[in-house]
Design a protein around this ligand. Structure first.
Ligand code: FES
Length: 489
């Protein structure tokens, strides 16, 4: 009998992005019932999942280099203790099911004997009919049917990677390897509440309403006895000890929910990406990470306080809140850029940071995403693309990148890597010395590829680039609410 699994789990089972399955749901090819899909309909769409898993039962013992085995093996396994807890709970469920089945079986046998005795007394032909129906039904139930391989794979995955559902949002994510609940949620692109990330501030408190958790690191923050009794735990210090877990927590809705932070960071790396563009990699202290949304920026300066600071978009994903990347263009009007290009700032030096700021963030929704960057406008776009990939919800992601400077597409390798690794990612690199003319050229390319598609557009770059492209998109009847803009230096 087919089981019902969530879209998240379904995507894991057949090895495709979640966005691909959502697209098939929207196209009416896959039925969604209360957020779940049946393993039978999944197998009908992806028969190769069955083929890949042929012989799975034998292989689970000695996982070899075939598709599902590889997918399991490639996942980082949790600690032995957590694995043992998940297996134990799964075994408990199995034992419960077996006990129930045995009781039902005994009940049916009793009924059959009773029917047999009544039928033997003669009189009512309906008793014979009922007896025959019961015997046929029992024979069918006890007949050996081929096992549904997706169900077996689902059971395996439940042990390897637990699934977490958040209430009231309904967001879901999986916990892999040694990740805490907080780390796993952030990897999935969720905007969970947190502060220190190391068990001392209490801001990541969540309430466990179903399932079990295990503490993975010691904590300083004292939860009250009442909080403990109500099921509260610190998400930054616990992982899932059962294969399914439901947590109650509030998530940030947008930029207004991001706290303003002041952090002294360390320059971890500084290297040229092109003659006029530097990659600045800052690292925060372990206990004071930057909470921000993809697409936002911060003000950077020499130290703490009110020294002259310049605003720069963050080029990395919020899922790594300790390692922050920036693309710094050469700019004589930017005191920090001048010091960086003059070699006055070295690896290991301190730099102050305040923020985050900006509203150029991903909107909720599952529209195809189109990103348009000009020069170092690629920085917030890169952060957004990485975030969108974590969310795994967009059916497709397209990037257009216009270079107007001699530095060109200073991270073309990154675009190539995304394109090679990810099915739903496509990109086009354009060149033009004029931002406005280049924007029109980009609009023409988009019209050729995209304008029959309902998309969400994210534009970042110099003001005239953004203004020109936005006007072209509006003229092409893209709703204003689907165009998000960020004017960068
Ligand atoms: S984030 Fe501070 S205790 Fe978890």
């Amino acid at each position: 009998m087919a089981q019902w699994v969530t879209i998240w789990r379904a995507a894991q089972l057949v090895g495709v992005p979640r966005g691909t399955l959502q697209q098939r749901v929207r196209a009416g090819e896959l039925a969604l019932n209360d957020g779940m899909v049946s393993t039978a309909s999944l197998l009908a769409l992806y028969p190769q999942a069955d083929l890949e898993a042929t012989g799975l039962l034998e292989r689970v013992v000695q996982i070899r280099d075939e598709a599902f085995g590889r997918r399991v093996r490639e996942r980082l396994l949790p600690s032995q203790e957590v694995l043992a807890q998940r297996v134990f709970r799964q075994s408990q469920e199995l034992a419960d099911t077996q006990r129930h089945l045995q009781r039902y079986h005994a009940l049916v046998l009793d009924l059959r004997s009773r029917l047999q005795a009544l039928a033997a007394q003669g009189g009512d032909p309906r008793l014979l009919e009922l007896q025959s129906q019961l015997n046929d039904g029992l024979a069918r139930a006890l007949a050996t049917e081929p096992v549904d391989v997706l169900d077996v794979m689902d059971d395996m995955l439940k042990v390897v990677s637990a699934q977490v559902t958040l209430r009231p949002s309904g967001h879901q994510f999986t916990v892999e390897g040694h990740d805490t609940l907080l780390q796993a949620g952030m990897r999935a692109g969720l905007k969970l509440n947190y502060g220190c990330g190391n068990g001392s501030c209490g801001m990541c408190k969540v309430r466990v309403t179903a399932g079990q958790v295990a503490r993975t690191v010691p904590t300083d923050y004292p939860l009250s006895e009442q909080e403990k009794a109500q099921g509260y735990v610190l998400a930054c210090a616990h992982t899932a000890a059962s294969s399914e877990l439901t947590l109650e927590t509030l998530e940030a809705a947008g930029p207004d929910d991001m706290p303003q932070q002041e952090i002294v960071t360390r320059v971890y790396a500084l290297r040229p990406l092109a003659p006029d563009t530097l990659l600045l990699h800052l690292q925060t202290p372990r206990s004071h990470r930057l909470r921000f949304l993809a697409g936002q920026g911060v003000a950077l300066g020499s130290g703490v306080g009110n020294d002259a600071r310049s605003q720069h978009p963050i080029a990395s994903c919020p899922c790594d809140d300790r390692n922050l990347q920036f693309f710094i263009p050469r700019d004589p009007d930017d005191a920090l850029a001048v010091r960086l290009f003059d070699g006055e700032v070295k690896v290991g030096d301190s730099l102050g940071l305040s923020g985050p700021s900006g509203r150029f963030v991903l909107a909720e929704g599952t529209l195809p995403l189109v990103f348009a960057a000009c020069d170092t406008g690629f920085a917030p776009v890169k952060s957004l693309i990485e975030h969108a990939l974590s969310l795994d919800a967009a059916p497709s992601i397209t990037l257009y990148w216009l270079a107007t400077r001699a530095d060109g597409h200073f991270m073309a390798n990154q675009c190539r890597a995304w394109s090679e690794a990810l099915d739903p990612f496509e990109y086009a690199l354009l060149r033009n010395g004029s931002t406005a003319v280049g924007a029109s050229q980009m609009a023409a390319a988009m019209r050729a590829d995209l304008f029959d598609i309902d998309c969400a557009f994210y534009l970042a770059g110099p003001e005239d680039f953004v203004d020109t492209l936005r006007a072209e998109l509006l003229a092409a009847s893209v709703p204003a609410a689907q165009i998000h803009c960020e004017a960068t230096a």
